[in-house]
Design a protein. Structure first.
Length: 214
């Protein structure tokens, strides 16, 4: 069983290398504010977005019926579906998205495993898990391999950031490029600890609807 008791309802019977993420019946509408995509036209918040060099990402399509917008992070060649009411920005190395109340925050990076000093996605997941726990012993972390070869890392009791009212649960998805173990994508979703189960289900939706142009 997974380390995190708070996610037990989602992860019960979730064996290593034998399953995928499950949205549990939730859809993007459960996380959306139906504004017909207006939120994606707002100005960039440099504090949340990560710095002054961020620019708004391109909205490829808005689907109000499904409660989502398809957003293209051109710098990393990744397209994601995000709940309506969110905002999305990017710079030369990553895409960033966050909910209107800033409680849910998403970052997507391209990863050069050789540059990081590891041989592949599995080695990266194991190394990062150990490194985080060594630097912050209060954080509980464990990695799990999914059925499609993607690695899921869950961090419990991550410290709260600026403006947060409680500790965080953070999910990492490490996706290795097919046919090339030296490259990959890292998708990180951070949510309030009290929303960990809902965050896990949103992660499933994000993964299922992500398109990577390798």
């Amino acid at each position: 069983m997974f380390l995190l008791a708070g996610l037990g309802a989602c992860l019960a019977g979730f064996p290593a290398a034998a399953a995928d993420l499950d949205a549990g019946g939730l859809t993007f509408k459960d996380f959306a504010v139906n504004d017909n995509g207006a939120s994606f036209n707002r100005g960039v918040d440099p504090i949340i977005a990560g710095g002054p060099n961020q620019v708004s990402s391109q909205v490829a399509a808005v689907d109000s019926a499904q409660g989502l917008a398809r957003v293209q992070f051109g710098s990393i060649k990744v397209e994601v579906a995000l709940p309506l009411g969110w905002q999305a920005t990017e710079d030369w190395e990553r895409g960033v998205a966050y909910s209107g109340d800033k409680r849910y925050r998403l970052i997507i990076w391209r990863v050069d495993f050789a540059f990081e000093g590891v041989k592949d996605a599995e080695h990266y997941a194991a190394t990062k898990t150990g490194s985080i726990q060594a630097r912050r012993p209060s954080i509980q972390a464990q990695a799990r391999k999914l059925g499609d070869g993607t690695f899921l890392i869950v961090y419990e009791n991550a410290p709260k950031g600026q403006g947060d009212s409680e500790p965080r649960t953070v999910f990492d998805l490490v996706i290795q490029r097919p046919g090339n173990p030296k490259e990959g994508i890292l998708m990180t979703l951070g949510v309030p600890a009290s929303d960990a189960v809902r965050g896990f289900k949103l992660l499933a939706l994000l993964k299922q609807n992500m398109r990577i142009n390798w």
